[in-house]
Ligand binder design. Structure first.
Ligand SMILES: [Zn+2]
Length: 404
């Protein structure tokens, strides 16, 4: 039976002592690796652990050297470390627990009635810890191809850390065959997710007494005209013929989230700004959407300048995270399907590091224990049943990539 997205149908029959990964999960949860904190203690522990099994490793640091990514490679039996490997990828950081009502200590894995509670149990320390727990088995059986661990920092604040790790792989000319990113997908295989870009639009108008509106340039009204245009574009995406029904929302979605402007009703407002985004399907170009918004805005400028040449409409890009859509014929999809024992797959709307691996020509899938609904929540949990599925996945992965 497939787990549902909220996990309610997870079976409760898995015994904790049947899980080989539980001790390492407990160890990982005990490190407070909230994104603002250093992750070095966890990284150094993992590096020592992997090196004790013969892994070669590289750390890539942030500018302050307070945080690091670990890229570690268990060599294939023939000594190959650089080509055709499989990457197990996970971020080490977690979101803050500040202000959240927790019933258990968040940085202590607590087992209650077939659920393991703790910050990062779902998002996403369990996957990485289980992968590490299987290292003795991978090594004992002998690897037919390299196995890499990519453990990153600062994913939760914009997939920042992993960019340096990937740049290092690319610079070295290493060519892994694919990566499995263990974000919580309920152990369902995810082969694509949407990308997201966001911008701020700033409108500078011209103040005037509201009894003299023709002498002013109303920044709020100009901004609202652009917001209206974005809304019309959203309708066009919804009506477009090219959808992808594998997503819960099968088209790209522009959206305005914040708007601020004006100071008093009797003043023609001088300033207004708003923030907008597009969550786009991998085949829709967010820059083309943005170019359309800019072009529309440009048509509003000449009458503004006619009143006051100092007026303007400006845009700042706030963020960009790419989407990805791994081609059906990529080996990593086949590996993911056979490790999961099903041909089912999904596409999701949340962003992840998988897109950055994909951009670096490392085909990627997402598959990890737990559910995105429990991520970032107080009393975050993962079911033992999900952990058991993840361990079954690792065992089948060993069947694939090991000699014996
Ligand atoms: Zn995550």
């Amino acid at each position: 039976m497939l787990a549902t997205r909220n996990g309610k149908h997870d079976s409760a029959t898995v015994a904790a002592d049947a899980l080989v990964g539980l001790p390492l999960i407990r160890q990982w949860i005990a490190y407070d690796t909230t994104s603002r904190e250093s992750n070095l203690a966890l990284i150094e522990w993992s590096q020592r652990y992997l090196e004790s099994f013969g892994a070669l490793s590289t750390l890539t640091f942030d500018d302050e050297r307070r945080k690091a990514n670990l890229f570690a490679t268990l060599p294939a039996r023939d000594g190959n470390t650089t080509v055709d490997g499989i990457v197990l990828s996970g971020h080490t950081d977690v979101v803050p627990v500040d202000g959240q009502p927790w019933d258990t200590p968040p940085f202590e894995a607590t087992l209650k009635e077939s659920r393991l509670y703790g910050r990062g149990t779902a998002d996403m320390k369990s996957f990485s810890a289980i992968g590490l727990a299987f290292v003795p088995e991978f090594v004992r059986r002998g690897l037919a191809r390299p196995l890499h661990f990519a453990l990153s920092y600062d994913e939760e604040v914009g997939c920042i850390g992993v960019r340096r790790l990937i740049a290092d792989i690319v610079a070295k000319g290493w060519k892994p065959a694919g990566s499995i990113v263990g974000e919580p997908t309920g152990m369902q295989l995810v082969v694509a997710h949407k990308g997201k870009m966001s911008w701020r639009c700033r409108v500078r108008g011209h103040e005037a007494h509201s009894s003299l509106t023709p002498q002013g340039v109303n920044a709020v009204e100009i901004a609202c005209a652009i917001v209206g245009y974005i809304g019309r574009r959203a309708g066009q995406f919804r009506e477009a013929t090219r959808h992808d029904d594998a997503y819960d929302v099968p088209y790209s979605t522009p959206h305005v989230g914040i708007i601020r402007g004006g100071t008093a009703l009797n003043i023609v407002p001088r300033d207004c700004w708003f923030d907008f985004e597009i969550r786009h399907l991998p085949f829709d170009d967010p820059r083309a959407f943005f170019a359309d918004v800019e072009a529309f805005a440009a048509t509003l400028v000449p009458p503004m300048k006619a009143v006051d040449p100092e007026t303007y409409i400006a845009f700042d890009q706030l963020s960009a995270s790419p989407g990805f859509d791994t081609r059906d014929d990529c080996e990593i999809i086949g590996i993911g399907q056979s490790c999961n024992g099903t041909h089912d797959f999904r596409k999701v709307s949340f962003a992840s590091e998988a897109a950055l691996f994909h951009e670096a020509a490392i085909p990627s899938v997402l598959c990890g224990p737990g559910h995105i609904e429990q991520a970032h929540q107080p009393n975050e949990w993962v079911s033992l049943e999900q952990l058991a599925r993840c361990e079954a996945f690792m065992r089948r992965l060993a069947d694939h990539i090991c000699v014996a």
